[in-house]
Design a protein around this ligand. Structure first.
Ligand SMILES: CC(C)(COP(=O)(O)OP(=O)(O)OC[C@H]1O[C@@H](n2cnc3c(N)ncnc32)[C@H](O)[C@@H]1OP(=O)(O)O)[C@@H](O)C(=O)NCCC(=O)NCCS
Length: 147
């Protein structure tokens, strides 16, 4: 694991955005405007290193996954929000997700915060299983129905 480097990693993180959102939001349609917006978010994140932890998993010089944590505050106090966890498809199912999560937790701790939180789509069984193994517990339900 190493810190994100814009010059070499920007493309991989941006290219992952459509896949990441399509996997997690069944009705999501990826557009060029969405990708451009994510690119802007990514560039802004780099300018706020205490608020954003961006780390890349590197396989012999090739970026194969990343984790993006954002420090946030709500009515319950400060927490580290694990916003994005991603591995290239051929690197999934090998236990590498754990490395990304551990790095995210280390970043949150280094900011003096002891709560990590995330949102995950119920159908994304692989991600849910990873988070449960990492000690996450369900705290809220988001419910929807078709009208
Ligand atoms: C979600 C994601 C990060 C999970 O990471 P992952 O490493 O693929 O996680 P997995 O749970 O599949 O890894 C563990 C698997 O590897 C196997 N494995 C092999 N070696 C292992 C090891 N040393 N330690 C742990 N597991 C190991 C396990 O048996 C397990 O297999 P199983 O799923 O068949 O039980 C990854 O699949 C991904 O990038 N998905 C697409 C993006 C996404 O949906 N992100 C989440 C958004 S909320």
């Amino acid at each position: 694991m190493r810190p994100y480097r814009a010059q070499s990693d920007y493309r991989m993180v941006l290219d992952a955005q459509c896949d990441l959102y399509q996997l997690n939001f069944p009705r999501f349609v990826c557009t060029a405007a969405f990708v451009a917006e994510q690119g802007q978010r990514l560039r802004q994140a780099q300018r706020r290193p205490f608020e954003n932890g961006l780390f890349v998993l590197d396989d012999g010089g090739r970026a194969i996954g990343f984790v993006w944590v954002v420090m946030r505050m709500d009515l319950q106090g400060p927490f580290g929000s694990v916003d994005q966890v991603y591995l290239l498809p051929s690197y999934r199912g090998r236990g590498l997700g754990k490395l990304l999560m551990e790095r995210a937790h280390e970043f949150i701790r280094s900011q003096g915060v002891s709560v990590a939180r995330l949102y995950v789509t119920a159908e994304n069984g692989r991600a849910v299983a990873l988070y449960e193994r990492e000690g996450y517990q369900m705290t809220r339900y988001e419910m929807e129905r078709m009208i």
